[in-house]
Every structure is written in C-alpha cells, then in structure tokens.
Design a protein around this ligand. Structure first.
Ligand SMILES: [Ca+2]
Ligand SMILES: [Ca+2]
Length: 406
C-alpha cells in the first residue's frame, strides 16, 4: 500500500496523456491516501478496474473505453468503497461502458464506514448503449443495500459539471440512493435517462441542463430541493413525484414529501409534472411538496402538463401539494389542468412565455415575456447561469433563467 501526504501526493501518470493503453481486464486497488492516477487509457478493462478504499485520492484524465462487466450491467468500472472519503474523480472519459461507470458504495450499517464528501466533476459519459433492463447507470450514489437502509446515510457527494452525451444505458443517468448529496451544473443531451432520486433524503438538484433526455428529475424521499433546472424536450416526462409503494421482492418507493420544486423550465413536453404510483400496494401519496415559479410549456396544444398515473386521480395529489406562481403554456390555447390558485399573489398563470431559441444558445425569455419580473421573490438567490436573481430589475423571473434585461 502506498500513500502520499497532504500537498505531496504520489502521482502515477502516463508520460504523455493517453500514451499508455491498458488493453483487456485490468484491476487497480487504491488503499492508501493522496494517490493520483492520471492520463491512462483503459480499453475493455472489465469490472472494478479501479477500486478506491482510501481517502483523498484522485482519478483524473483517464479514459475508459468499452469497459465494465460483460455478463452483468451492475458491477462498476470505478468503485469507491466502504467509508472512502474526500476522493476526487475528475475529467475522465467513459465511452461505451458495458456496466455501471462509477459507484459510490454505501453500506447498510454505518459501522462499516459511510463514504463522505466524494467529488465527481467534469467527467464525460458518452455513447453508452443499453444492454439490459436495469443497471449500466453512469453514476450511482449508493446501491440501496440492506433493503434501503443505506439510503438514509448522509454521504454529501458532490456531482457537478459532468456531461452525458448519448448515455442511454439505463433510465437513470445519476441514481441517487443516499442522502445529503448535491447534483448540479451537469449537462445531458440525447440520452435515454434522467436524474433519479431513487431513495434517500435532502439532496439538492440544481442548475442542470437536460436536452432531449428521457426525463428530467424523478423524486422519492423527503426534503429534496430541485431548482433552476432546464429540461428541454424530455421524451417521456419532466419532473416526476412518486407515491410510496411496496414492490414484491424488491425495494419499494418512499413517497416524495416536502420537496421544493422551484424555478425549473420544462419545455416541449407532453407531461411536465407527473404524479405516479408505480405499484398497486400504496404506502402514501406525495405530500407537502411546493411547486413554485416553474415555467412549463407544452409542445402541442393537446398535451396535459400536470398529470397523474392511472392508480390515483390527479385531484388527490393536488389536495396534498402546493402550486404557486407557475406559468403554463400550450401553443394555441389552454387544454389541461392548471392547479389552484388562479387568482391573487400566488396565482398560477397561463401565458405565452415567448421563448426565444438562438443558435447555439439556451432557450430564454424573449422581449416582453410575461414570465419576467413576476416570480415570488426569495426562493432562489441565483439562476441557472449563476446570475443574481432580480438584480437587474428588482424582481425575479419565472423559470430557470433570469432574462438579461437591457
Ligand atoms: Ca436503474
Ligand atoms: Ca427580472
């Protein structure tokens, strides 16, 4: 076992980045601390190519091409194990992963060590084609071991500035199964998945850009914050709030409760906010969720923007959750449910947000947009791009981006 010291890491790197290629199954175990692995290329390196068991190590500028397990979609390529903390995984490229790319494993019992403060940033996951029904997620924050007991551990992982391009191995791009994490400023394009809060509590999903993905954000568990996300052209749905249910022989779902879903922009969707119970044996509806200052625009006039799955009527969900100051729009005319209130300071409104799409830019609010300056104040300090809310004209705008008023 080797270890470096704080400020004096031991670095193992290719003399020229990409100059050393490991072909075929390869396994590295990092048990020490302050070890940096940099610049290597791994091709078809199999499962658990890198297993991190110590603290404050770093994987950077590595390329994994068609790595992962051949016979199962679950064993990860990079695994951070019991209690390994403060590790940094950055600027790596995962191309064509055949199973999970990165797993932070969280044990059921805290005595086995809870991994904390691991930082996954500026990695790219691309051209991942689905091989099986489940597994093959780019990132797993916990695996739900101990029938979900592990979900409750506070791991405080930070997942930011990662990109997902044609990452379609699973319906979850990031599978969050632990608590107290931050998933922010990631970009996903043309990928058949979404950000999934599958279990655990109090995770923050902020400022992510999802373009032509399967979905935006799925919410189960308590006290999450989903804010300033841009979800453009989701194939199936935008934001999903899940009812509690039991699944035969498998871990069920905890109901989505007390989430703040605010200042998101969801465009060109047939199902922007969806309430759903996945199994017959229900354990509680979503409740206490606040859905505020979101901009929600349909792709066609026949879309229903706030919808319920078949097991419960929409009215049951609307009774238990609050909608305030959201803007809804259908091209043409109003053709679906707009939740109460429809009058007063907190009224949900129906108006054409005048979205402008400029070449190479993000869709934003055009001149004279009714979404400008009418949001409830004090919900978010910054917008999707990190600009202060309301500092140009004093009042925040509905949706993810503050319009840059002249
Ligand atoms: Ca999955
Ligand atoms: Ca404004």
């Amino acid at each position: 076992m080797i270890s470096g010291r704080d400020g004096q890491p031991i670095t193992i790197r290719a003399a020229t980045p990409g100059g050393v290629v490991f072909r075929g199954p390869s396994r590295w175990r990092i048990e020490g601390a302050h070890v940096v692995l940099a610049g290597f290329v791994f091709e078809q390196s199999g499962e658990e190519t890198i297993h991190i068991l110590g603290d404050r190590n770093r994987l950077t500028a590595l390329t994994f091409r068609e790595s992962g397990a051949d016979d199962s979609s679950f064993p990860p390529i990079v695994r951070i194990d019991h209690g390994a903390s403060y590790n940094e995984i950055d600027q790596n490229l995962f191309i064509g992963s055949k199973s999970v790319s990165i797993t932070i494993a969280v044990p059921a019992r805290a005595a086995q060590g809870v991994p904390r403060f691991n930082h996954l940033h500026h990695n790219r996951f691309q051209d991942i084609e689905r091989l099986r029904d489940n597994g093959q997620e780019p990132i797993q924050l916990g695996t739900g071991s101990g029938n979900g007991k592990s979900c409750l551990h506070e791991t405080e992982s930070l997942v930011e500035f990662n990109t997902f391009l044609r990452a379609s191995g699973d319906t979850e791009l990031v599978s969050n199964k632990s608590s107290g994490n931050i998933i922010r400023h990631n970009v996903a394009v043309d990928s058949d998945g979404g950000l999934s809060l599958r279990c655990g509590n109090e995770t923050r999903v902020e400022g992510n850009i999802l373009v032509r993905t399967r979905s935006g954000v799925g919410i189960t568990g308590d006290g999450h914050i989903v804010i300033n996300n841009l979800i453009d052209n989701p194939r199936v749905h935008g934001i999903v709030l899940v009812a509690g249910s039991k699944r035969k022989g498998k871990r069920g779902f905890d109901p989505a409760t007390n989430a703040l879903v605010a200042h998101n922009t969801i465009l060109n969707t047939g199902s922007a906010i969806r309430f759903v119970q996945y199994d017959d044996d229900g354990t509680g509806l979503p409740e206490g969720n606040q859905i505020v200052n979101n901009l929600i625009a349909a792709g066609s006039k026949s879309s229903s923007l706030v919808v319920a799955g078949k097991r419960n009527p929409l009215s049951k969900y609307l009774d238990k959750n609050g909608f305030a100051r959201n803007l809804f729009w259908w091209p043409g005319h109003e053709s679906g449910t707009v939740p109460e209130p429809r009058e007063g300071d907190k009224a949900n409104i129906v108006a054409d947000p005048r979205i402008e799409r400029r070449d190479g830019g993000l869709p934003g609010l055009g001149e004279g947009s009714p979404a400008r300056d009418v949001a409830l104040p004090g919900i978010a300090q910054r917008d999707l791009l990190g600009r202060a809310r309301g500092d140009v004209d004093g009042r925040p705008d509905i949706g993810a981006q503050e319009a840059n008023n002249p």
